[in-house]
Structure formats: structure tokens, C-alpha cells
Write a protein that binds this ligand. Structure first.
Ligand code: NAP
Length: 242
């Protein structure tokens, strides 16, 4: 279904991003896996999808928060794969703390990776999408960006920002045939949420369990080939934010 398409997935080395890489590759897409530090994991997933699905794959170390580094990485991916058709902005971090004591650096770091990182990637891939007269941008937001969450003001602001970014880019690039959507996961079982398993928040999920990375990847794969859907936010959250 995605044969001949090139996907760039940020944060593809672990968690939700790794599930997205596997899912898109299973549908035939070639995949550029962007990671921050987990070189071994990124190389391993590239090997895995090459062997399993016969697609092309490459790992790229890049701090998505760095405008110049992102430009260089997108240029390298273009040189290696020819273009980018699907951009999944998934890289993200948390630096939780109460607002009364949150460090300025923790606010800046979370905004830089989660929000500016998505901007940087979109900014540098848009020329390719315009040239191709099409493309799919999928940004990973969070239900926290919709509902807010005590102790996560920086994270919630970044994820609400991602929704505003998504809708503006969707409007701006629609005339070019480019779609831009967001997925807002609830509590998904990854490294990011290892401490949440027994929390009251996890207990309040209507479907009664945390989500799996593969369940988020399903929504990403849908948006990657849904030509008449743009500017939406798909919640994959077990009902927590209804
Ligand atoms: P995770 O397991 O902690 O993985 C984070 C990924 O982002 C890793 O691949 C990491 O690369 C990469 N990354 C972090 N900082 C980066 C940077 N500066 N530049 C490039 N890559 C960077 O997280 P996850 O739970 O899979 O979350 C993935 C996305 O879903 C995030 O945007 C997160 O906010 C969002 N989300 C998660 C949940 C949840 O419950 N898990 C819920 C809602 C939304 P390295 O491996 O190299 O460090």
C-alpha cells in the first residue's frame, strides 16, 4: 500500500516511533529512522525491517530541536532515498514538574524538542512535498495537549502547540495536495510511561488498560494514506479524553 513511498520517522528507535517504523515498512514504505542517542536500537530496527519486509532503511542521528542539524539530515535523507513522502514527527521528551518550581531550562527543552522539532522537520521537508505535489505529515501530539495535566505544563503546552501547528500547516499546504494531521495518544506503554502503570490516571482509562505502541501506529498508517483527511486530531486513548 505504501510501496515506493519514503517515510521519515523521528524518534523511530524506541516506543511508539519504533512501532510506526515497523507498521509503515510492513506496508512497503522505505524508512529513514531519526534518533537522538540510541544508535544501536536505530540500526537494529533498520536491519529488522530490511530483512522482514525487503524495504530500504537508514538510521540518522539528529537532534530535532536543532534547525541546522535537521536541514542537514533532511538533505542527507533526500540524497539517500530521493525524497520524503511521509513525515512522522514523533520524537518527544518529558521534563515534568510543578509550575511553581519548574526550571526555565525544563520548559525550554520540552518546547524545543516537542514543538520546535516538529516545526524544524516540516520546515525542511515542505520543499520536497511541494515539488512532489503531495505528501503526508503526521504529528504526534498527546491527550495532555487537549486536557492539560498537573505537573506537565511544559509538555501540555508543547503538545497543544503541535495541534495548532498541525491545523495551520494543513490549511497552508492543502492547495498543494499535502495533508497534515495529528495523533493524540493517551497512556501508551513505553519507556516514557514506565512509572504510570499503577497511577490513578491509568486506572481512570475507560477501556481499562494502557495502550500499545502498535495501536498508535495503526492510526499513523491510516493517516499516511488517507488522501481526504487533513487538519484532524485522532485520539488513540482508550476513551480518557472523551
Ligand atoms: P520514548 O519511548 O521515550 O521514545 C522517545 C523517542 O524520541 C526516542 O526514539 C528518542 O530517541 C527520540 N528523541 C527524543 N529526543 C529527541 C531529539 N532531541 N531528537 C531526536 N529524537 C529524539 O517515547 P514514546 O512514549 O514512544 O513517545 C513518542 C511520542 O509520543 C512522543 O512525542 C510523546 O510525547 C508522544 N506520546 C507518548 C505517550 C505515551 O503514553 N507514551 C502519550 C502521548 C504522547 P533515542 O532513542 O535516540 O533517545
Amino acid at each position: 500500500m505504501l510501496k515506493g513511498k519514503v517515510a521519515l520517522v523521528t524518534g523511530g528507535s524506541r516506543g511508539i516511533g519504533a512501532a510506526v517504523v515497523r507498521k509503515l515498512a510492513s506496508q512497503g514504505a522505505d524508512v529513514a529512522v531519526v534518533y537522538a542517542g540510541s544508535e544501536e536500537a536505530a540500526e537494529a530496527i533498520c536491519r529488522e525491517i530490511r530483512e522482514e519486509y525487503g524495504v530500504k532503511a537508514g538510521a540518522y542521528r539528529c537532534n530535532v530541536a536543532d534547525f541546522a542539524e535537521v536541514k542537514q539530515t533532511v538533505n542527507q535523507v533526500k540524497a539517500d532515498f530521493g525524497t520524503v513522502n511521509i513525515l512522522v514527527n514523533n520524537a518527544g521528551i518529558t521534563k515534568d514538574g510543578l509550575i511553581a518550581t519548574m526550571k526555565e531550562q525544563d520548559f525550554d527543552d520540552v518546547i524545543s524538542v516537542n514543538l520546535k522539532g516538529a516545526f524544524n522537520m516540516i520546515r525542511h521537508c515542505t520543499g520536497l512535498f511541494i515539488r512532489n505535489r503531495g505528501g503526508s505529515i503526521i504529528n504526534i501530539s498527546s491527550v495532555t495537549g487537549i486536557m492539560g495535566n498537573a505537573g506537565q505544563a511544559n509538555y501540555a503546552a508543547s503538545k497543544a502547540g503541535v495541534i495548532g501547528l498541525t491545523k495551520s500547516v494543513a490549511r497552508e499546504l492543502a492547495p498543494r495536495g499535502v495533508t497534515c494531521n495529528a495523533v493524540a495518544p493517551g497512556f501508551i506503554d513505553t519507556d516514557m510511561t514506565k512509572e504510570l502503570h499503577d497511577s490513578p490516571l491509568a486506572a481512570s482509562i475507560p477501556l481499562g488498560r494502557m495502550g500499545k505502541p502498535e495501536e498508535v501506529a495503526e492510526a499513523v498508517a491510516y493517516l499516511a494514506s488517507a488522501g481526504y483527511v487533513t487538519g484532524t486530531v485522532i485520539q488513540v486513548d482508550g476513551g480518557i479524553a472523551m
